[in-house]
Design a protein around this ligand. Structure first.
Ligand code: ADP
Ligand code: MG
Length: 703
């Protein structure tokens, strides 16, 4: 995407409205009206073949008739004319189209959308939309949309896939006092997508935080890349949580992957903070747009009421923000600004007697102190105090320290006087909230932003073998037989070619062969059916472990064949695998899918029979760094089991992180061939003793 084309889209000096109308109520009229009412300073050219004047502006019959240069064309003509007027815009030398018109891919007419983009690209134009509300920008006084007014001013910029939500959120900015500079409706994303806009906004002086409402991406990896490279906080609300990957899944991993989990993983890797709902999005955007990140642990809470202090403490725990007591010297100093019965612990309770001066002095001291990394100031409306004066005291105290790299949030609980005080604070750059838990949520977002950015540093340390020749030979052989399912033997050989520790395994085509292989392997052994048609071997009675002698091998060979024939009479049974029996260990699962949006994606979780019940699994888009692999392991709910629960020795998590990292590198390397895989289970031993992959499954992409 040519980023200069986006300059024309988002900061045009001249705007033509193609399809302008003289008839109130029509979108082509509303856009002109909004441009005028928004106070746009640039030139506005209404284009309409019949009208002569709209809202006092001279109308031009075609775009070609406009004198001079036009930066942006807003297109509102009916869908059947869009291609034609786009060509005319191209001929005129316009570089950006904002296509409000609907009736494209959203109603099954992807062909019209492709035609539009083809025309645009022939002329070097970018296309926003189609099927959008338009774009709004406070800093340019540009309301090139049919949303009725510019948002409450501020430094966040919204990009939304839902136009209706843009209009609603625009209105909410005034009631919630969350300021936005720009609001961009992205519509069908035929051309300009989230990644393009994020890259542009990173350089926009008027945007300090990028706020996203997402339904789905076309190119997930482009989004991750653009977001990772952005120096500004990004917060995303993802709608649509259906399990799109679950359909027709042949592996455990496939059935465990859902949009939420994979998108969540992608946001994590992109360094993007998430919001759980619309309210949450506003609360978090407010903090992220006005304050620096919380870089370290020490958050101090100052309050005039025990109740809001406790609510803040509860919320802090809920949002994972730790609260520590300040050191004694800090407590001693704070004690000077409160009555005897106050508390200098954390929360610091100045008591209901606190007036402007106590707030001023304690905030100034605490905020300036080296121990403090962030500050939350709470206030309950009292009869004795004036909320606006308290707000001013807080702001003055903060400002006088000269510090700008520590975050501060405020909550004022009360009536209209508090609302007034909070609006004043927000206008002066301090996020203020109607409830202490909301303030804590804002602070939590600042903390998550810091942590998430730190976690994405680092490189992939997995050694990918120089050539994947062996893997491709195995794949080619299966494809040659018209199969997409590899046998366990093939899958393990492929894993081994990438250096993964698998159990030794050999195919026996007869009872005699099984006996001799068993002797070679050494007892005890494990025997399993080998059939591309039997994916879940235990279900077919096709797995027997701990076979101790030759007689056992002989009888097991026959039992497995009989069981599997009974299970599926038509199964292509190639024999029985004889393999070394790995010692008991903690069972985990590592797997992968090829996600429709993000491509190869790796999964880790606790294995065994409960994996599909507990769904305690974590995804990441592959490849992953060693650090990310460690994070995945630490993120499962049952991590305590690996850390050594109930007196058991801790498991070899270092070896596990290495395996996850190598596994992700492998599936990324084979992304054009492999659809789904899993290693279920992997047996993990005590620290220093490593692990073993005892079952392997690979399903190839259909070609
Ligand atoms: P399935 O196709 O049913 O998943 P597996 O190969 O995973 O079959 O075998 C079922 C169970 O048998 C495993 O979960 C594991 O507990 C045990 N098992 C399989 N292979 C071995 C082995 N080589 N060593 C030790 N235990 C094994
Ligand atoms: Mg298994």
């Amino acid at each position: 995407m040519d980023q200069t084309a986006l300059d024309n889209l988002l900061q045009p000096k001249t705007v033509a409205v193609v399809g302008a109308s003289a008839q109130p109520g029509k979108i082509g009229y509303t856009v002109i009206e909004n441009l005028l009412e928004g106070g746009y300073n640039g030139k506005i050219y209404p284009i309409n073949p019949t009208a002569t004047e709209i809202l006092g502006l001279k109308v031009f019959p075609t775009i070609a008739d406009v004198p001079g240069k036009v930066d942006l064309a807003v297109i509102t003509v009916p869908v059947k004319f869009v291609a034609q007027v786009s060509k005319e815009c191209g001929e005129k030398g316009i570089k950006a189209l904002s296509v409000i018109t609907s009736g494209f891919s959203e109603v099954g007419r992807k062909d019209l959308e492709d035609e539009l983009v083809d025309i645009a690209h022939q002329y070097g134009m970018c296309v926003l939309g189609p099927n959008i509300v338009g774009t709004l920008s406070n800093s340019d006084k540009l309301n090139a949309s049919f949303a009725p007014f510019l948002p409450f001013p501020g430094k966040a910029t919204l990009i939304t896939q839902s136009g209706a939500l843009l209009i609603a959120m625009d209105a909410i900015t005034y009631t919630r006092k969350v300021g936005f500079d720009k609001m961009i409706s992205i519509g069908n994303m035929a051309d300009v997508d989230f990644a393009d806009l994020i890259t542009w906004l990173d350089k926009d002086d008027n945007t300090s935080c990028i706020c996203l409402y997402i339904e789905g991406f076309k190119d997930g990896r482009k989004f991750i890349e653009a977001s990772r490279n952005t120096k500004k906080p990004i917060i995303a609300l993802k709608a649509g949580v259906s399990a799109h990957g679950a359909a027709a899944a042949a592996s455990h991993t496939g059935s465990l992957a859902g949009a939420v989990k994979v998108y969540g993983a992608a946001f994590q890797q992109a360094g993007v903070v998430q919001a759980s709902d619309l309210n949450n999005l506003f609360d978090r955007t407010l903090a992220l747009s006005l304050q620096p990140p919380l870089r370290k642990e020490n958050l101090l809470v100052i309050t005039n009421g025990g109740g809001v202090g406790v609510l803040a403490t509860d919320a802090a725990e809920r949002f994972g923000v730790p609260l520590h007591f300040a050191p004694q010297d800090v407590q001693d100093e704070l004690k000077k600004h409160m009555p005897e019965f106050g508390s200098a612990k954390n929360p610091v309770d100045l008591t209901g007697m606190a007036g402007n001066d106590w707030y001023y002095k304690s905030v100034k001291f605490a905020y300036a102190h080296l121990w403090t990394d962030g500050l939350a100031v709470l206030y309950c409306e009292t009869a004795m105090t004036n909320p606006v004066e308290i707000a001013q005291a807080i702001k003055k105290a903060i400002e006088e320290t000269g510090i700008t790299d520590k975050p501060v949030v405020v909550s004022m609980v009360g009536g209209t006087r508090c609302d007034e005080a909070m609006q004043w604070l927000v206008e002066h750059g301090i996020p203020a909230y109607t409830a202490p838990d909301k303030a804590m949520n804002g602070m939590a977002a600042l903390r998550e932003y810091n942590n998430i950015r730190q976690s994405i540093n680092g490189t992939n340390e997995a050694k990918i073998p120089g050539s994947a020749k062996k893997a491709h030979e195995i794949i080619a052989k299966a494809r040659g037989e018209g199969r997409t399912a590899l046998t366990e033997i093939e899958a393990k050989k492929l894993f081994a070619s990438y250096g993964l520790p698998v159990t030794e395994i050999n195919l026996a085509k007869s009872e005699e062969e099984a006996v001799s292989l068993a002797h070679e392997t050494g007892f005890p052994i494990v025997m399993k059916v080998v059939s591309p048609d039997i994916i879940h071997k235990s279900d077919a009675g096709g797995v027997k472990v701990n076979i101790k002698d030759e007689a056992g091998v002989r009888s097991t060979y026959q039992t497995i064949l009989a069981n599997c024939k009974a299970y599926n009479a038509n199964a292509d049974i190639r024999g029985v695998a004889v393999q070394e029996m790995a010692p008991l260990g903690t069972e985990v699962i590592i797997g992968s899918i090829n996600d429709p949006t993000f491509g190869p994606t790796v999964m880790f979780g606790l294995g065994g029979i409960f994996v599909e019940v507990l769904k305690d699994v974590i995804f990441r888009v592959a490849p992953v760094t060693k650090g990310q692999a460690e994070q995945m392991i630490n993120e499962i709910r049952s991590v305590a089991i690996l850390a050594g629960a109930r007196g058991e020795a801790p498991r070899d998590r270092a070896a596990l992180a290495d395996l996850v990292c190598s596994y992700a590198a492998m599936i990324y390397d084979l992304r054009d061939e492999v659809a789904e895989t899993d290693a279920n289970p992997v047996l993990v031993y005590e620290e220093g003793k490593g692990l073993k992959v005892v079952d392997a499954r690979i399903i190839l992409k259909k070609k």
